[in-house]
Design a protein around this ligand. Structure first.
Ligand code: CUA
Length: 328
């Protein structure tokens, strides 16, 4: 609509037109009431002006009908705006299950991005068109914010935790990436671009930088290098909890609480292992704070998640065997 008239950024994601629809509605409602009220102020000012020094205005008593009209109409409009925006918000915060993960680390003053297949980028993100992409983001230092106007998405990257956002690009092209949280002297220079490619081009781009280790593999190498396996071997009687299938599961803690093993919990358990002790284990794990970079932590997470996928991919071994007698 505004392709050659840059009042609005391009609409290049599935969310863009939805966000804009709501935005146009808000502008129209504001314009309508703004003009209505301004006109009424001018009209009444002229119509009911004082015409002589002795003029006394007539007393006016309340009107229930009028009160109801100017209460219920704005209430109705507010509810429409609430319902509409809540609906869009829920779509924005819930990534589709099949979304392709990209790992993002913000630092003063650049964006570092890793693809699951191992390819890394700085201030540039290549993604395929028409495929949902989920960004798992953190920061090495201060709060940054990942903003892609053409996709109508913006989310803070916060040190010490993971935030996520998702998008599905609908148009091949190159789009602006901005940092929208003031993060130091070079904040305004913390810019980049998103390159949306056809699926086939994306696949050849991914393969183009040969010799890159897939993220779970890199994580496995780090896991071995740091000696994690000596305690997290996954065998009974091991000094640390088994990690296979852990991601996304509920964990019973020593203090009676239960937590879900999401990205933030796993990260904390690596850099600050004693914060949430798993029931039945001793607090013997040393901290890895400062020993593993944020990129490395994301690789370890990708590895731990891949252990879960292997466990989930093979339920046929026990589930299938149990079901077989009924089938035959
Ligand atoms: Cu990073 Cu502003």
């Amino acid at each position: 609509m505004f392709e050659n008239f840059p009042l609005f950024p391009q609409q290049a994601s599935t969310l863009a037109s939805k966000v804009d629809g709501l935005y146009y509605f808000l502008i129209l409602v504001s314009l309508f009431f703004g003009i209505l009220i301004a006109s009424a102020v001018i009209y009444f000012g002229v119509r009911y002006r004082r015409r002589s020094a002795t003029q006394r205005p007539a007393e006016i008593h309340g009107s229930l009908a009028l009160e109801l009209v100017w209460t219920l109409i704005p209430f109705g409009i507010a509810m429409v705006i609430f319902g509409w925006s809540a609906n869009i918000y829920l779509q924005i915060i819930r990534p589709p299950d099949d979304a392709m993960p990209i790992f993002v680390v913000g630092k003063q003053w650049m964006w570092k991005l890793q693809h699951l297949e191992g390819r890394r980028e700085i201030n540039e993100l290549h993604v395929p068109v028409n495929r949902p992409v989920k960004l798992i983001m953190t920061s090495e230092d201060v709060i940054h914010s990942f903003f892609v106007p053409a996709f109508r998405i913006k989310q803070d990257a916060v040190p010490g935790r993971y935030t996520t956002q998702w998008f599905e690009a609908t148009k091949v092209g190159t789009y602006h990436l901005f940092c929208t949280e003031y993060c130091g002297t070079e904040h305004s220079g913390m810019i980049g671009r998103i390159v949306v490619m056809e699926e086939a081009d994306y696949q050849s781009w991914l393969a183009g930088d040969g010799g890159q280790m897939p993220l779970p593999k890199a994580g496995e190498a780090l896991f071995t290098q740091l000696g994690c396996a000596s305690c997290h071997a996954g065998t009974s009687g091991a000094r640390g909890p088994a990690l296979a299938g852990l991601y996304g599961k509920k964990v019973q803690l020593a203090d009676g609480r239960t937590v879900v093993a999401d990205e933030t919990y796993l990260r904390e358990s690596i850099v600050n292992p004693h914060a949430k002790m798993v029931a039945g284990y001793q607090p013997i794990m040393p901290t890895f704070q400062g020993l593993v970079s944020e990129d490395g932590l994301l690789q370890l997470l990708a590895y731990i998640k891949s252990l879960g996928e292997e466990a989930a991919a093979n339920p046929a071994n026990d589930g299938g065997a149990a079901a077989a007698p009924h089938g035959s």
